[in-house]
Design a protein around this ligand. Structure first.
Ligand SMILES: Cc1cc2nc3c(=O)[nH]c(=O)nc-3n(C[C@H](O)[C@H](O)[C@H](O)COP(=O)(O)OP(=O)(O)OC[C@H]3O[C@@H](n4cnc5c(N)ncnc54)[C@H](O)[C@@H]3O)c2cc1C
Length: 298
C-alpha cells in the first residue's frame, strides 16, 4: 500500500496555528508536528493511528529559545536536545536536563527531537519527563481560549495522555531556579545510544539548614526532595512514599537502604518487550541507592 501523505499546514503565527487547530474534532484531530521524530514513525499507519491532518510548528518563533526569566529558566517547546546540550544556561542551571538530552536517541534524533514533542508524546519512557517532574517544572500551554499553566505533576494524566486539549499547544516549559538545589539523573537502557529506557530516574533535593554547605555530605539533611521515574508505570511518576523517607534525612547508608527498599515496594512496573517488572524494580532501587551513596560521599 502506498502511504497517503496527510495534508499539512505551516502557520507563521500562533494565532494562525490556533485557527488551524480549531478545526480539530473528537473524530478527526489535527496533529501538531515539531521535530517529527515521533509523528513520522506513525505516518504510514504501520505503528499506531496515522495523522489525518497536520500542523507544522516549525515557523512559530514564539516556541523557540532558552532564557532566564526572573527566577525561572524558560525553554520554548521547539527547543531541541542539541540546543539543550549546547546551552550555557542549561549547563549552568539544569545539568540533569543536559544529561537527559545527551542520552536521547543519537545525534540525528537530538538535532530534530524537541522537548515539547517529548512532553506531548507522553511516553512513560520519555527521558526528559522525570527531570521536569523532579525540577518542579510548569508547562505553559496555549490555544484559542488563551494561555494557561499546568504543573508537571498534573500534566501526564494517563497512559500517553496529557492535560492538553486537542486544540492546545505546548508553548514552553518553566523551570524554577531553586538556590542550592542538587539534581541527579540516570537512565538505564540496553545500550548507551538509541535505547528506550528500562528505568529512568531523576532526583532533586536541597541540603537543609543554614550550615548545610559546611556539613555537605552524609551529615546534611535533605529538604524539598522530589524523586521521579519513567518506564515503571503507565506515565512518568513521582515516588512520594520514598520522597517522604528522604525528606529530613541525611544521605547515610541507613537512609539509602530504607529508601531503596521503599522504592522497590512503591513502584508497580510491568513486564514488556524491553524488560521485566522484577528487573525494573531491582534496578530502580539500586540506582537510587547509588545516587544517595554518591551524594553522601561514602
Ligand atoms: C530512533 C529514535 C530514538 C528515540 N530515542 C528516544 C530516547 O532515547 N528517549 C526519548 O525520550 N525519546 C526518544 N525518541 C522519541 C522522540 O525522539 C522524542 O519523544 C522527541 O522529543 C519527540 O520530539 P519531536 O519534536 O520530534 O516530536 P514530534 O514527533 O513532532 O511530535 C510528538 C508528539 O507531540 C506532539 N507535539 C509536538 N510538539 C507539540 C507542541 N508544541 N504542542 C503540542 N503537541 C506537540 C505531536 O502532535 C505528537 O503527538 C526516539 C525516537 C526515535 C525515532
Amino acid at each position: 500500500m502506498v502511504p497517503v501523505e496527510p495534508p499539512i499546514e505551516t502557520p507563521a503565527t500562533l494565532a494562525e496555528a490556533y485557527a488551524v487547530l480549531a478545526g480539530s474534532t473528537a473524530d478527526a484531530t489535527i496533529t501538531p508536528i515539531a521535530g517529527g521524530t515521533d509523528v513520522m514513525v506513525r505516518i504510514n499507519g504501520e505503528i499506531g493511528e496515522p495523522p489525518s491532518r497536520m500542523v507544522d510548528l516549525s515557523r512559530l518563533g514564539a516556541l523557540r529559545g532558552i532564557v532566564v526569566e526572573g527566577p525561572f529558566v524558560v525553554l520554548g517547546a521547539l527547543t531541541t536536545y542539541t540546543e539543550i546540550r549546547q546551552s550555557a544556561v542549561c549547563r549552568e542551571h539544569l545539568p540533569a536536563l543536559v544529561e537527559a538530552a545527551a542520552t536521547i536517541g543519537a545525534a540525528q534524533i537530538q538535532n530534530r527531537g524537541t522537548i515539547g514533542g517529548n512532553m506531548a508524546n507522553a511516553s512513560p519512557a520519555g527521558d526528559t519527563l522525570p527531570v521536569l517532574l523532579a525540577l518542579d517544572a510548569t508547562i505553559v500551554v496555549g490555544g484559542p481560549r488563551g494561555e494557561r499553566t499546568v504543573a508537571a505533576d498534573d500534566f501526564w494524566v494517563a497512559y500517553r495522555r496529557t492535560a492538553l486539549a486537542p486544540d492546545e499547544l505546548i508553548l514552553s516549559v518553566r523551570i524554577p531556579l531553586a538556590a542550592g538545589r542538587e539534581t541527579r539523573f540516570r537512565k538505564v537502557g540496553t545500550r548507551r545510544a538509541q535505547a528506550i529506557s528500562k528505568v529512568v530516574m531523576a532526583l532533586s533535593w536541597r541540603e537543609a539548614g543554614p550550615g548545610a554547605v559546611a556539613t555537605r555530605g552524609a551529615t546534611a539533611t535533605w529538604s524539598d526532595v522530589r524523586l521521579a521515574l519513567g518506564s515503571v508505570a503507565d506515565r512518568p511518576i513521582r515516588a512520594r512514599a520514598t520522597e517522604a523517607i528522604l525528606a529530613g534525612a541525611a544521605p547515610t547508608s541507613e537512609t539509602a537502604d530504607a529508601a531503596a527498599e521503599a522504592l522497590a515496594a512503591e513502584i508497580v512496573p510491568i513486564d514488556d518487550v524491553r524488560s521485566t517488572a522484577d528487573y525494573r524494580r531491582a534496578v530502580a532501587a539500586r540506582v537510587l541507592h547509588r545516587m544517595i551513596r554518591d551524594a553522601g560521599g561514602w
